[in-house]
Design a protein around this ligand. Sequence first.
Ligand code: ATP
Ligand code: MG
Ligand code: MG
Ligand code: MG
Length: 480
Amino acid sequence: NKRIKIKALLQTEQTGEEVTVMGWVRTFRNNQFIALNDGSTNNNLQVVVELGLLDEATLKRITTSASLKVTGEVVASVGKGQKVELKAKAVEILGDCDAEKYPLQPKKHSLEFLREIAHLRFRTNTFGAVFRIRHSLAFAVHKFFNDKGFVYLHTPIITASDAEGAGEMFRVSTLPFDNPPRTEAGAIDFTEDFFGKSTNLTVSGQLEGELGATAFSEIYTFGPTFRAENSNTTRHLAEFWMIEPEMAFCDIEDNMNLAEEFIQYLISYAMEHNADDLAFLDQRLAEEEKQKPQAERSEFGLLEKLRFVTGNKFERITYTEAIQILLDSPAYKKKKFKYEVGWGIDMQSEHERYLVEKHFKKPVIVTNYPAAIKAFYMRLNDGCEPGRETVAAMDILAPGIGEIVGGSQREERLQKLEDRMKAMHIPVEEMSWYLDTRRFGTVPHAGFGLGFERMVQFVTGMTNIRDVIPFARTPKNCEF
Ligand code: ATP
Ligand code: MG
Ligand code: MG
Ligand code: MG
């Protein structure tokens, strides 16, 4: 018998065929109607069990989350919402489920509760939708770059370099926990380690990506990234996935255009391939908004927001303009911001969200940040006022999230790069491999990093980043 996934079955027009489906029971009504789900869609298949097909003992075992194999005939459905249903000819119980012990009930659970039973949450409609969308977006990432002729480059997870210089690295070591070898000065002696030096988990594949770009012209990485940040926010994880394209013969302008096109492509892809799941999340969010007091409700629904973002250009402003807008804002004047605002100070998420949600009401690309608050590899802008040096950086800020992309044109001029590294106390000799890209046929090049989970948050409307990654790693949270 032909085994078929429920999503495909529900789309069929053809009745009379005999098929086999496998899945988990969501509900069982009147000893007759099984709502069966196999994770391919949130829409359950109605399985009709006619009187007399199964004995009393078997009927009792059809409980929520028991797993079944059902063979039957595809028949037209008289019920609303589905074209076809399955008239069962044989029902086999593959695995029983003790309804008393099963923590998920056929009702809506809070996200907080579901986070506590994160190992089972894939079985809910909300997380089914979120993770199918996440899957689609990951697929779309590869499709987008492959269609453009970019090479997918795998950059290392274990690395000796700290691309961001932010000191947020997880150490990797094979040295014994107790009594590791020490140098004469008493520090742990990493030369005795498997790697012969102090190594860490990557915080970004960019520097290695630049090596690829200066050979293949255009590459992208898409892999796990690690940051030991002790921040308990709704936008930070200790382990997250980042997409980092890097392009030779590319300036900051091309870089912004590509990033904008990429974000719009990903959203369009999900809207085309995950229409059902997005409609479900849109509805879910609308219900949640209704619970809030009028003043706190968001102006747009999820689908409205996504449609708007794909159909409109992002706003582009300089950092200097952004700071001016913030200083002129009613929020600043009424002292509503928790963190300081001023030229030379990094913007916090509250400032970024003010710009996108209150001021422009659309995604915003901020360029030309002060050199002092950005990484060493970003290209120094020519002709800056002394004391007001800026770099060709660009951050994309999204409504509901804040920073979603960080990128820049890279400093391709060897001397300027070395000077900046020295000024920032970055060991130039150790990074000689990196500087070779500038020594041997240097070219203007640029790239950006898109936080994949923040993108998934944006598309699904989930407010907490822990709810868009299958297994969240946050401070003090590593149960499995
Ligand atoms: P933030 O200011 O939000 O801490 P960042 O400026 O430190 O971000 P970048 O080094 O610019 O981050 O990394 C590029 C992108 O990776 C960010 O724009 C964001 O989308 C994502 N990102 C950074 N840190 C995290 C994290 N801890 N968890 C999830 N995504 C992250
Ligand atoms: Mg950070
Ligand atoms: Mg930032
Ligand atoms: Mg950044």
